[in-house]
Design a protein around this ligand. Sequence first.
Ligand code: S3P
Length: 431
Amino acid sequence: MMTNDRRVVSPAPMLTGTVQVPADKSIAHRAAMLAALSDGTSRIVHFPAARDPQSTLACMRALGAGVSVDADGILVVDGLGTDGLRAPAGPLDCGNSGTTMRLLAGLLAGRDFESTLVGDESLSARPMGRIRDPLSLMGAAVELTEGHAPVHVRGRRLRGITYELPVASAQVKSCILLAGLLAEGTTTVVERVPSRDHTERMLGLDLVVLGDRRLLSVDGGKRIPAGTWTVPGDFSAAAFFLVAGSVVPGSVLHLRGVGMNPTRNALLDVLRAMGADISVESERTLGGEPVADLTVRSAALSGVSVSGDIIPSLIDEIPVLAVAGALAEGTTEIADAAELRLKETDRLTAMTGMLTAMGADVEERPDGLVIRGGPVLRGAEVESFGDHRIAMAAGVAALVARGDTVIHGASCASVSFPGFWDVLDRAAGRG
Ligand code: S3P
């Protein structure tokens, strides 16, 4: 970790004003890919500047899609059709983005060319066997190095399969559905636990529910009409301010145009169950996704237990939920969340280390955390481990700690939320 990449965050008296959250990273990846596969010129309104979606965009460019920005700042993508991507001149750099790597592998598996997907140190340590296995069943040739990137994809003619997801993962689900666009026959993904559904919404796929099985099917040869996608505000980015506004006394924060997809926003219900005061106004639909304006007012929180099928719907919000738990009265228990160990860093270990350094009582379990909350944290030196959500969770905890907190590796917040630290400072009245 570079020693000058650090941020010192002081306690804040209160948070006020309106926070503009960045556009949704998950939706943006998919919009960039589907626009490049569309028949004609597509437009993406509010395409985020965050590093992860920009990695996807650069890959789609390298695969032949024309990308420009018009006078109104709208991204214009000249699509090549589902079968029109071209062989890249070199390795496709997915940066820090698991979504880019896993979805692109599916997109590339049925092509008549070879491609190699590479990533940074963190991404190169994340499991890729979970996409190689179903793609191999479809007939693809995917080579990994000990289960990891680089992902070498030798395009093959694919056949449709029915595949039950062994782990609730929207990335794996989306990888298979995107591969299915070029497969012979129908490809069906079966999930037992709902995970984020942006891909199926954008492809217009129908969900079939059979008992506790949820089936999504795509027909090979499906075309994607050119169109305009509008990317709503990122609930996962808003989450940091929902917790910050709850725990910093005297706060009132407004968040506009936040994505409210029910497969993403379970943190809202959990925070409310803890006693948070969050109102939801002006519910509407934007680009096929529900959005709303949120207002959070500070409130005393109490502990909560979170486990089971709800976990995938708040998987990215658990680091900041742990901060809320540390400041709540009573015990917060998070279970069935072992997937957190496979994110940009091991988020269970990282949050345990951070909150313990700040004086909290945290017990790390194989699949979760037990946090015995209390009113006081103290400023400390903490590490992001290059993980944007760990860095931002530390930023929130620092607002209510006694004394300053030094966050090493703070700049990685820009992976999903460029300008996060300035937004936080402005809300705290020091902008
Ligand atoms: C994502 C799915 C989730 C999530 C990630 C984005 C997506 O990962 O943690 O930040 O855009 O599909 P998994 O599918 O691995 O659970």
